[in-house]
Design a protein around this ligand. Structure first.
Ligand SMILES: *[C@@H]1O[C@H](CO)[C@@H](O)[C@H](O)[C@H]1NC(C)=O
Ligand SMILES: CC(=O)N[C@H]1CO[C@H](CO)[C@@H](O)[C@@H]1O
Length: 399
């Protein structure tokens, strides 16, 4: 989260094309809807609730009448009844599906800060809750400056206490069969400056990886959301980190690379990330491209209002096409939206399009963590804002 792309999205006011066919993922019905009610070839109009029908892939079956998805209930236990209605096409399930566990990167204006005051670690209860729901992947966010105190620089000694907590959190997850994404939540910066010394950064990655190399359920994330940086530098930082991780002997783990422009999926191609980062190489050939996507107007994950109920699939479409055309794997490291009908449909559309594409290997909601309070995207159990509806209606159907 935290992209400040203030693209003014011209949300075209759709003329009422009564007889036209709605495009893929577009709205095709609902109270007061007076646009197209049939869909282009290969899609059919599926009623999701009284307010919204959507063109989804496939052909209508006899059961898609009025029952639809229980979008207004807050039932939490039973799996949503109609995953077939939500996403009826042929799907490739995510290998990695879960939650960002946030907290250890909080208070980044206080270095090193005090545990329990400025930052905290995820709780085992929270991890257990999602494992119990069938999710398996947790992105563990932390700050490089707390692990590598600035006095010693990037190549200095790790802080033993912070390292121990990071390892303890990661091992708790992997010990239960889950995957832990080790996420330096640093935006390509260290100690207040853009990291330009990519050789030292490669050493930092090597030193970190050597701590985790024997645990094959660890996933390495090179850095969270590079932004406003030279594109070649973003390439060099990623490549140095890949080389460092492999040189440490961590040869079995997946590496997630991130791009410039806050690694946004919606700008993956247009920002130049695609053209540049396609050339990253991994001696062990086990990379995926981590992208992030929020569904509010500026894509920052700061408003619970989604642009539309189709914005999820729309914002991912170009990145998905790029992954497909180049035989690459994608990993949606952050997605988030409000707990309302339009956003829930938009998240469903995003995840459905990802699973139908076959090129996305994972997805993570942003975010759980003990200190989110009333943040609308908080999925921290027991009562984070996204627990009641997002979890059962928009996430669990895609397990
Ligand atoms: C990536 O590699 C291709 C093929 O070698 C090359 O043509 C292209 O210029 C490279 N792109 C960048 C941004 O270096
Ligand atoms: C990537 C991201 O969303 N980072 C946010 C995580 O949470 C911290 C604490 O609220 C924010 O400062 C980051 O921007």
């Amino acid at each position: 989260m935290h992209s400040v792309l203030s693209l003014a999205l011209a949300v075209a006011a759709l003329p009422a094309l009564i007889n036209a066919q709605q495009s893929a993922w577009g709205q095709c019905g609902g109270n007061n809807w007076n646009g197209a009610t049939s869909c282009v070839s290969g899609y059919y109009c599926s009623k999701l609730n009284d307010y919204y029908s959507q063109c989804i892939p496939g052909t209508a079956s006899t059961t898609t009448t009025t029952s639809g998805v229980p979008t207004t209930t807050t039932t939490t236990s039973s799996a949503p009844t109609s995953s077939n209605t939500i996403c009826p096409g042929s799907r490739t399930k995510f290998k990695y599906f879960g939650i960002n566990e946030s907290g250890a990167e909080f208070g980044n204006n206080v270095i090193p800060g005090t545990l329990g005051t400025d930052y905290t670690w995820p709780t085992t209860d929270s991890i257990d809750f999602f494992l119990g729901k069938g999710m398996n992947t947790f992105r563990v966010t932390f700050l490089m400056e707390r692990l590598s105190p600035p006095a010693g620089g990037l190549t200095g000694t790790f802080d033993p206490t912070y390292l121990a907590s990071l390892k303890q959190t990661a091992s708790y997850i992997t010990g239960k069969g889950g995957y832990a994404v080790i996420d330096p939540h640093n935006f390509g910066r260290y100690n207040g400056n853009i990291m330009t010394d990519y050789t030292s950064f490669g050493t930092w990655c090597k030193n970190l990886a050597s701590q985790f190399k024997s645990d094959t359920n660890i996933i390495f994330d090179t850095n969270n959301e590079y932004h406003d940086m030279d594109q070649t530098l973003v390439f060099n930082l990623n490549q140095a980190c890949i080389n460092g991780i492999r040189a440490a002997g961590a040869t079995n783990q997946l590496i997630l690379i991130e791009g410039n422009s806050y690694t946004g999926a919606w700008t993956w191609v247009s920002s130049g990330n695609a053209a540049s980062l396609i050339n990253l190489t991994d001696p062990n050939n086990n990379l995926a491209y981590e992208m992030h996507q929020y569904l509010d107007s500026d894509g920052s994950g700061t408003s619970p209002t989604c642009v539309s109920s189709t914005i999820g699939a729309e914002r991912l479409a170009a990145a998905t096409a790029w992954l497909q055309a180049n035989n690459k794997k994608g990993f949606l490291g952050e997605i988030g939206a409000g707990s309302n009908d339009a956003c829930i449909t938009a998240v469903q559309g995003a995840l459905c399009s990802m699973q139908e594409s076959g090129v996305w290997i994972g997805a993570l909601w942003w975010a759980a963590g003990p200190w989110w309070g009333t943040y609308y995207q908080s999925i921290e159990p027991p009562d984070g804002a996204a627990i009641a509806r997002i979890l059962p209606e928009a996430l669990l159907p895609f397990l």
